[in-house]
Write a protein that binds this ligand. Sequence first.
Ligand code: PAF
Length: 281
Amino acid sequence: MRIAKTIAETRAILAEARRTGRTLGFVPTMGWLHEGHLSLVDVAKSHSSCVVMSIFVNPLQFGPREDYGSYPRDLERDAALAAGRGVDLLFAPGPEEMYPAENLTFVEVMKVTEGLCGASRPGHFRGVATVVAKLLNIVTPDVLVLGQKDAQQAVVLQQMVKDLNFPCRVIVAATVREEDGLAMSSRNRYLSPEERSHAALLSQALHDAAQSIRTGERDAGRIRERMEQSLRASPLIRVDYISITDSERLEEMKQVSGKILIALAAFVGGTRLIDNVMLEV
Ligand code: PAF
């Protein structure tokens, strides 16, 4: 595996890969890799002959009181994991490479960014869309692989790729979970052992909601209420939102039908975690 820290080096390596007929699969990350990220590498490998991963903690997508400063960073550890899984090129720029001067150009995806995490994290998706647009222009992949764990991010980026005609296909890969159901996330490392044991309630609430729909429940208000109730059982959990929406436009539903997304964000102690399930009614 090669590691490139500059845009120029990345472009040169990938131009050479293209010349030899290789197709590019791309997995953008913010590092502190876990099995969730590495499973995206497997998916990228099955759809391309050269896998590029980026590791960049993007300041544009963090709010002023969020964890940009404390977000875990360990390039040596991440590089070993990425190489072990078969990444061909790791692009790991610093902030001065990605934003050498004040950034005055932003990509703003409308409507699908209004609810869910967009409502609680103003500017977050503008930062995500902007950095991913830059990364797509640097890497020019054939296939972009994203995780279903960040369901709204996947919807936003699919919309951006379509609207701005990025010449790549987007693949959204399944969430990888710990044994007790907790969705893998770099932020899980912030949890104390006690918080970690309570965090499993999030996926449990989603699982129970999906199960109630499978057995005939259609009233979104009732489903949401039951989820809130089961999460209130833990004094360590504070719900940020529970959304029940269609899976494409992310519009809240009163009666569930078609392809739906049940998504939640909650603070477990001081750590904000997200998770979701998608199902077809
Ligand atoms: O999902 C993430 O880790 C980030 O939002 C992404 C897509 C790498 C953009 O910074």
